[in-house]
Design a protein around this ligand. Structure first.
Ligand SMILES: *Cc1c(COP(=O)(O)O)cnc(C)c1O
Length: 389
């Protein structure tokens, strides 16, 4: 993992607490207030006229939330950031602010399930979409429609972690005046900077690695000041999906250990991936480290995180369930990116055909490699794999 020293500084430093002053606190204060008062009525009116940048009401701006927004904008090399109550609130806000009836969204790569479910709901408002799983630039050109207003990228993608050529796809979209948004949750801004690769908007779930301890739900959008202001007025202030000051504070605390956590997640997940790749009960391991196009990977990712998947050789539902139930260290649950290792599978007893249609192999198991240590995790996988056969 190649970390930019300035990113590590942004993650760790506090920019709100008066460095150099006697008795300055080291942690950002939690400004637990719903509203801010003004010395005069005229000053309040000024505040209301610029609510995207002034403290008036915590449904708009709050200093603790603003502290984490500054950090995320800096890490993504974006001009501005807005934080939300969840990753899905951030994703909804981008769609709501960008699209109108008659528009079309093109999703490229395997996309986070609820993001696609949201797109299904948008059909009721006259917004159509397609999902493109052929990642070739030619296929991408052909899939764009005259009505396409938004291209939605995920790289590495959900579940199979296939990597897109972000530069190529965003430049094609830009030529046609189509906005591109990328979900950068897997890589985090420490390992991939999509705005520098040509994307217009970056979204994150902060619930995963950025928070890092499975104790908060949050999301973020990073883009230009103009776009964030548009999102603020169209889909933040009036939708009300705000990040609460206390959760913003937890997120600030999580960010302080992000560089150290990611370094360890990378090393341990690579060891787990190598172990699985050599195991006879495993058909295939999905991790960007094993992708063929090394040049592309090296030009986009400066490191790997700890989320990967693999296919069991015995891929019927009962074998998957037996394997998962045989694990002791990996806990069974949704989400990922915390200190504890987690396991899940998209497999159900009745969805083999649906998975096939989505290009997801039967027998797929997803692991979030936590910080318990690779030796203990590999021993756990080894004994559960023995039972799965
Ligand atoms: C979890 C997740 C989201 C949604 O984030 P929430 O904070 O759960 O709303 C979005 N994208 C990806 C890739 C995710 O894994």
């Amino acid at each position: 993992m190649l970390l930019d020293p300035s990113d590590v500084e942004v993650c760790i430093a506090d920019d709100t607490t008066g460095h150099g002053e006697d008795g300055a606190p080291t942690a950002t204060p939690i400004v637990q207030t719903s509203l801010f008062t003004f010395p005069t009525f005229a000053a309040l009116i000024d505040g209301l006229n610029a609510e995207h940048e002034r403290h008036v009401y915590t449904r708009g701006q709050n200093p603790t939330v603003a502290a984490v927004e500054r950090k995320l904008a800096a890490l993504e090399r974006g001009e501005a950031c807005k934080c939300f109550a969840s990753g899905m609130a951030a994703i909804s806000a981008v769609m709501l602010a960008t699209l109108r009836s008659g528009d079309h969204i093109l999703f490229v790569n395997h996309t986070y399930g609820p993001t696609l479910q949201l797109a299904e709901h948008l059909r009721r408002f006259g917004v159509e979409h397609d999902v493109l799983l052929d990642l070739d630039a030619g296929a991408f050109r052909r899939a764009l429609r005259p009505e396409t207003r938004l291209v939605w990228l995920e790289s590495p993608g959900s579940m199979l972690f296939r990597v897109l050529d972000i530069r190529a796809l965003t430049s094609i979209a830009r030529e046609r005046g189509i906005a591109t948004c990328i979900d950068n949750s897997w890589a985090t801004p420490l390992c991939q900077k999509p705005l520098a690769l040509g994307a217009d908007i970056v979204v994150h779930t902060c619930t995963k690695y950025l928070g890092g301890h499975s104790d908060l739900v949050a999301g973020a959008v990073v883009s230009t000041t103009a776009r964030i202001e548009e999102i603020f007025y169209r889909a933040y202030l009036l939708n009300g999906g705000i990040l609460a000051p206390f959760d913003a504070w937890l997120l600030l605390r999580g960010l302080r250990t992000l560089p150290a956590r990611l370094r360890q997640h990378e090393v341990d997940a690579l060891r787990v991936a190598e172990f699985l790749r050599a195991h006879p009960a495993v058909r295939r391991v999905h991790h960007p480290a094993f992708a063929e196009d090394r040049e592309l990977i090296a030009s986009q990712l400066t490191g790997y995180t700890g989320l990967l998947s693999f296919e069991l050789a015995h891929d019927d539902f009962d074998s998957v369930a037996r394997f998962i139930d045989g694990l002791r260290r990996f806990r069974i649950g949704v989400s990922w990116g915390g200190v504890e290792s987690l396991v899940i599978s998209p497999s159900r007893s009745d969805n083999a055909r649906e998975l096939d249609a989505r290009g997801i192999p039967a027998g797929l198991v997803r692991l979030s490699v936590g910080l318990e240590g690779a030796d203990a995790l590999i021993a756990d996988l080894d004994s559960a794999l023995a039972r799965a056969r």
